[in-house]
Design a protein around this ligand. Structure first.
Ligand code: NDP
Length: 246
């Protein structure tokens, strides 16, 4: 384990995918980890158990990030367990693809509620409750830069997240808290792979000059840099971690 003083991180959407990889990585870096999930209790507990098996500390915290009261309760649980919170990573997200002309109200409302309002709910609570010197890291998406048809609502929420990130970084003046976004290209998780043909996955994997899909660990490493002591001078930025796709 590296010589990082034990800080506390809440990772939303940490039951699988990028959030789960990040939980294991930040625990190995010395963080106490709050593994958030909405519905996947078993997988979230498995992530926390893996952290503990490796000698780390973790709790699970159920909260639908779209629900402000649930987000407050999640911070309460983190403070009860670990005495405070230093870092939050907004990984919880959904991606439902539909052309704008064909997008129904439910898809629009759900995507905005989880990706945008959820990130806002967690950022608002973090801005009030993070210990000085903390970090807020939001997951955006590099698909903003490639403007793919059917990604309109998803892209709209992620563009809004980048906007929140820039302004919150300014609003944290005097607290020593940095606020950044990480915008992955396609990463081999359920969110990306579900519903796509092998041909489409292969095509999208080759959109970047490194000619492969990102893996959850590729993104966890970038977030870990921002969350750790060496990333402290990066503030108000979006890091596009996408193999050079755009
Ligand atoms: P996954 O689908 O693999 O995991 C999503 C996670 O979010 C799960 O843990 C899920 O838990 C949780 N979640 C979903 N809705 C909610 C909610 N309302 N409240 C709390 N948790 C919730 O996604 P990825 O790991 O791929 O994506 C993580 C982030 O990275 C997302 O914000 C995504 O937009 C972004 N991203 C992903 C890319 C990719 O190609 N994979 C590319 C660019 C960005 P549960 O099952 O319990 O709901």
């Amino acid at each position: 384990m590296k010589t990082l003083e034990k800080k506390v991180v809440i990772i939303t959407g940490a039951s699988r995918g990028i959030g789960a990889a990040l939980a294991l990585r930040l625990a190995a870096d010395g963080f106490k980890v709050v593994v958030n999930y909405a519905g996947s209790a078993g997988p979230a507990q498995a992530v926390a158990d893996k952290v503990k098996a490796a000698g780390g500390e973790a709790i699970v915290a159920q909260a639908d990030v779209a629900d402000p009261a649930a987000v407050i309760a999640m911070f309460d649980a983190a403070e009860r367990a670990f005495g405070g919170v230093d870092v939050v990573v907004n990984c919880a997200g959904i991606m439902k693809l539909a052309k704008i002309a064909e997008c129904d109200d439910t898809t629009f409302d759900q995507t905005v509620a989880i990706n945008l309002k959820g990130t806002f709910n967690v950022c608002r609570e973090a801005a009030k409750r993070l210990r000085n010197g903390g970090r807020i890291i939001n997951l955006s998406s590099s698909v903003i830069g490639v403007r793919l048809p059917s990604y309109g609502i998803y892209i709209a929420t992620k563009a809004a997240v980048e906007g929140l990130t820039q302004v919150l970084a300014q609003e944290m003046r005097g607290r020593g808290i940095s606020v950044n976004a990480v915008a992955p290209g396609p990463v081999a998780t359920e969110l990306f792979l579900d519903g796509k043909s092998a041909e489409l996955i292969d095509h999208m994997a080759k959109m970047n000059p490194l000619e492969r899909l990102g893996q959850p660990d590729d993104i966890a490493q970038v977030v870990a840099f921002l969350a750790g002591p060496e990333g402290g001078w990066v503030n108000g930025q979006t890091i596009r971690a996408n193999g050079g796709m755009c």
